[in-house]
Ligand binder design. Structure first.
Ligand SMILES: [Zn+2]
Length: 268
């Protein structure tokens, strides 16, 4: 029993306390934000409210997507090329709703579910290049520490690790020196917000944009509901409305406020 208590204590002590300092990202304006996401829906589902708040305050938000998300359908008539086009249009619509123009979405173009089989060095270089290009004041990506991301979901597992490796490679000029030759100088990302975290320490009140986030999430309608089994374009509008209402109802709440939670990490 003593051992069990010791284990429980150790687990509790590993979690960071909630950040209560003065630097609230949701109050930023005129800064650069970079989102690096495995699939074109993860950032909407986890961070869409925070991104909508940041977009409304005039921050420059750029989104880098690892995969084209071209495999997640059970429709017997679906093809990879068609699904890739559907997912691209859905991401553009979701970003439009959040206030991010489609020109700010950058597709690395890897196959859905196959990120672990992409050359790791090349993939890290690709992301480091994007970090050095956009020079973000804050970066959003998948938490490499949560059990689901560590063990279960391949593109998340891989994307999470590659992102943190790329943050390091962006910081040191002698990692990928060819990037410096291309004009992409070293950049230290000062602040990282990890989503899908098992140890969140930062809570954003997104109540005022919760409805907007639900609509943006429902824009990814081929990812869930009946359209996963059979993609019928005639049902898209109706299903988006149904799911926007459902997602708003299911949104994470704390004291009647709708919230998003992240693991905030300084000077990564
Ligand atoms: Zn995903």
């Amino acid at each position: 029993m003593g051992v069990a208590f010791a284990t429980a204590d150790a687990q509790v002590s590993r979690a960071d306390p909630e950040y209560t300092g003065p630097d609230r990202i949701e109050e930023w304006s005129d800064r650069r934000i970079l989102v690096v996401t495995p699939h074109p829906d993860d950032e909407t589902f986890t961070s869409g409210g925070t991104l909508a708040l940041l977009a409304a305050r005039g921050n420059d938000i750029q989104v880098v997507v690892y995969t084209t998300d071209n495999a997640g359908s059970r429709d017997p008539e679906m093809t990879k090329d068609r699904l890739k086009a559907i997912r691209r249009a859905e991401e553009e619509e979701a970003c439009r709703i959040l206030g991010i123009p489609k020109e700010n979405i950058h597709w690395l173009g890897h196959d859905d579910g196959m990120l672990e089989y992409v050359d790791r060095r090349e993939l890290t270089r690709q992301v480091a290049r994007e970090i050095r290009r956009f020079k973000p004041h804050a970066l959003f990506s998948v938490d490499p520490g949560s059990p689901s991301e560590q063990y279960h979901k391949s593109d998340h597992r891989s994307g999470a690790i590659i992102t943190v490796d790329a943050i390091r490679a962006a910081r040191w000029r002698l990692y990928f020196p060819e990037l410096e030759a291309e004009g992409f100088d070293a950049w230290s990302v000062p602040l990282v917000f990890f989503y899908y975290s098992a140890n969140p320490n930062y809570t954003v009140d997104i109540t005022e944009v919760a409805e907007k986030k639900a609509r943006a999430s429902a824009a990814h309608i081929s990812q869930f509901g009946s359209l996963v089994d059979r993609y019928d374009p005639g049902k898209v509008d109706e299903q988006r409305k149904v799911w926007a209402a459902r997602l708003l109802e299911r949104a994470e709440r704390e004291n009647d406020r709708v919230v998003e939670r992240f693991r905030r990490s300084e000077a990564y």
